[in-house]
Unconditional design. Structure first.
Length: 555
């Protein structure tokens, strides 16, 4: 079916413009094109394969132009769309759609002005990630398949899925995201899908983004927090169902069952042995909402009568979450770090899965691989020979048939194969070798990968490899706070910035931390004997904090 042009008497139709499909052999770049780098990428070329979205602008080559060798067949200069022309050449397209503009023939000054206006950043405003998402979503709604979108836009399968998911977000969520101080990508916006319309969760995400957390880590942290809170509510319901009194903090007159076990011979600290006790109760530390801490408010019934109050003994009793002596982190930081490290590892390995889909190696890969094979840091020395048998090797796209993969592999691709093995060695030792992997961030504790070696790997990913990336298909890896601490060579102080930590804790608890610390009941308990016993016990508890945590995980 052919359509006749509409009869529009008031519309001026240019007489010297024609739309033609012109064979590429007749097209060449305007010889005075000022662009030096066409910036051709595989993604850009893919966008030309299916359908050419934007036409080229061309003018006839003047008759008096002196052609150089190899230019004899050219009939047109491309004045706009030179990147598309170069992409078409690389793809060996037969023809490209061109607007032949005879009005510009002979206007040499106008051709230079057009180049400036056409490519000036002040005149061309790229679509924001939100606008890109809306365009992809609307195109999909209008009937474009994901495959078609991928072919016509040059984006990856993941980006298309992320764009469609982001486009579905409610205006309420989009407004909340735009208000955050962050330069959004399609992948970032798509992460908000599960929190669409949840203002409270979005506010938490915004807070973490304001703290400088990467969006993926902020979302994963909030996801974990919500899961922990749901588990917390379930635990409280189960405790109350069996008659255990649950309080926000430990009552001033209460003694922990573990403390009584040190003070009273033969005392059994197991909570289920005290279900019938009128003083039996439980509370939770603010930093560990899934582990109830059991206490007793009637210690005299178990053979221990608290002495009279004493200010001296109160002052001598330490907080149960106090920072241990030396450089060891507090129990609060230990718990937070043991949650943060595997969370960061999961996100880092997801990023590596995408990175190893690259067909070429960044320049820094081969020198790093060489250095690792020469110096043999712990993870490489201990696990490199086992890397191919690791599940991570398959997750990172390692070829099952190495011989076949090597047949046509370039030097860069071979470098990526070697880096994959080294990445598996580091990541396995940092996260999967044993439960001790959760200690990797701690220089004072054993782990299969030392903090020093982990910092070596993270610095390569972030400081060395990162600046070479930044393409539309893969953004540089954004480290979590616990990873950044290793990179910077400083102790991890928690995900909350130091200047915000006290404010966050006060807002979360809604009361003075002294009530939870143990100082309150020590003052009521008093007495040198009790204070001395409790100080000894609490010091032992701080020293063994990690063993207690490991025991809880094993249970």
């Amino acid at each position: 079916m052919s359509l006749a042009p509409p009869d529009l008497p008031d519309v001026a139709v240019p007489e010297n413009m024609f739309l033609w499909h012109i064979p590429l052999k007749y097209l060449t770049h305007f010889p005075d094109n000022v662009r030096e780098d066409y910036g051709i990428t595989s993604a850009f070329c893919k966008s030309l394969l299916d359908k050419q979205q934007v036409v080229l602008t061309a003018i006839p080559i003047p008759d008096d132009y002196v052609r150089q060798e190899g230019e004899e067949d050219y009939l047109f200069w491309v004045t706009k769309g030179n990147r598309r022309l170069e992409g078409g050449r690389r793809l060996k397209l037969e023809t490209m759609l061109c607007l032949v503009d005879l009005t510009m023939a002979g206007d040499r000054a106008g051709l230079f002005i057009d180049q400036l206006v056409e490519n000036d950043g002040d005149f061309r405003l790229p679509l924001s990630a939100f606008e890109q998402a809306q365009a992809l979503f609307q195109a999909h709604q209008a009937g474009a398949s994901r495959t078609e979108l991928r072919q016509r836009t040059g984006r990856t399968k993941k980006q298309i899925s992320a764009g469609i998911a982001a486009g579905r977000l409610s205006e309420q969520t989009k407004r909340a995201a735009r208000a955050m101080d962050h330069v959004w990508t399609l992948d970032d916006i798509a992460l908000l899908s599960e929190f669409d319309g949840d203002d409270a969760a979005l506010a938490r995400i915004q807070q973490r983004i304001d703290w400088g957390h990467p969006v993926a880590y902020a979302v994963e942290s909030v996801r974990d927090e919500l899961a922990e809170e749901a588990e917390h509510d379930t635990i409280i319901a189960k405790l109350e169902e069996v008659g255990v009194r649950v309080t926000e903090t430990r009552p001033p007159e209460a003694f922990l069952l573990q403390t009584l076990a040190h003070l009273v011979d033969g005392f059994d600290p197991e909570a289920d042995q005290h279900a019938a006790c009128a003083g039996h109760g439980a509370f939770f530390y603010s930093y560990d909402k899934t582990e109830p801490v059991y206490y007793c408010t009637t210690p005299a019934e178990h053979g221990y009568a608290p002495p009279e109050p004493s200010n001296a003994s109160a002052a001598s009793s330490p907080r149960e979450d106090a920072k241990p002596s030396g450089d060891e982190p507090s129990r609060k930081i230990v718990i937070e770090g043991r949650n943060a490290w595997p969370r960061a590892g999961t996100l880092r390995q997801q990023w590596l899965v995408e990175f190893f889909q690259r067909k070429t190696a960044p320049k820094s890969v081969l020198p790093f691989v060489t250095k690792m094979l020469v110096e043999m840091p712990g993870p490489v020395r201990d696990y490199l020979t086992s890397s191919r048998r690791s599940a991570l090797y398959d997750e990172f796209g390692g070829p099952a048939d190495l011989g076949h993969a090597l047949q046509d592999a370039s030097t860069g691709q071979q470098a990526m194969m070697l880096l994959r093995l080294i990445a598996v060695a580091f990541e396995h030792q940092m996260t999967r070798a044993s439960q001790d992997g959760k200690n990797t961030w701690r220089p004072d504790k054993y782990s299969p990968c030392s903090a020093e070696d982990a910092a070596l790997w993270l610095r390569f990913l972030v400081n060395t490899l990162g600046p070479e990336l930044g393409t539309r298909t893969l953004q540089p890896y954004q480290p979590a706070p616990i990873e950044q601490a290793l990179i910077d060579g400083v102790p991890y102080r928690g995900d909350t910035p130091v200047d915000q930590a006290e404010v966050v804790e006060e807002n979360a608890e809604g009361h003075s931390s002294t009530a939870e610390s143990g100082t309150g009941h020590a003052a009521d308990g008093g007495g040198d004997e009790e204070a001395s016993s409790k100080v000894s016990f609490e010091a032992e508890r701080s020293d063994d904090a990690d063993q207690n945590l490991d025991g809880a995980e094993a249970a």
